[in-house]
Design a binder for this molecule. Structure first.
Ligand code: 5GP
Length: 120
């Protein structure tokens, strides 16, 4: 784990198409692709294409407001495209105690099965 040093992550290679991924949605600012280790029938990661300091949710500031909204909106588009818009979960792990492993902000969009609460 490269902690929150701001060093490039594997997601930069995915954005630059240097390593393959299964892309579900893409626009100018946002990329959504299938998680390599899915925890549900649908498990898609939604990320900003330009990290711009967005290592983790706990480090965002006011200038990130617009892109944060765009990421959430993209999560809804992904849910629709994947046919899970009747029930899905969006998760953001921020920091070590939340098990964040890639320090490029990302939303997990999970669905296609019954989700449990509390998540544990
Ligand atoms: P985190 O634990 O940081 O919230 O989530 C990182 C996610 O990235 C994990 O669910 C992990 O499976 C996924 N992941 C890590 N490396 C790759 C990769 O190379 N390709 C894809 N598609 N997903 C990855």
């Amino acid at each position: 784990v490269n902690a929150d040093s701001g060093a490039p992550t594997i997601f930069d290679k995915i954005i630059n198409k240097e390593i393959p991924s299964s892309i579900v949605y893409e626009d100018e600012k946002v990329l959504a692709f299938r998680d390599i280790s899915p925890q549900a029938p649908v498990h898609v990661l939604v990320i900003p294409k330009f990290r711009d300091g967005l290592t983790e949710l706990g480090k965002v500031d006011a200038r990130h407001g617009e892109i944060l909204g765009q990421l959430l909106y993209a999560a809804k588009i992904v849910a629709e495209k994947e046919g899970i818009s009747d029930g899905f979960r969006v998760v953001i792990n921020s920091g070590a105690s939340a098990c964040q492993s890639v320090y490029h902000l990302h939303l997990h969009v999970l669905g296609g099965r019954q989700m449990n609460w509390p998540p544990g």
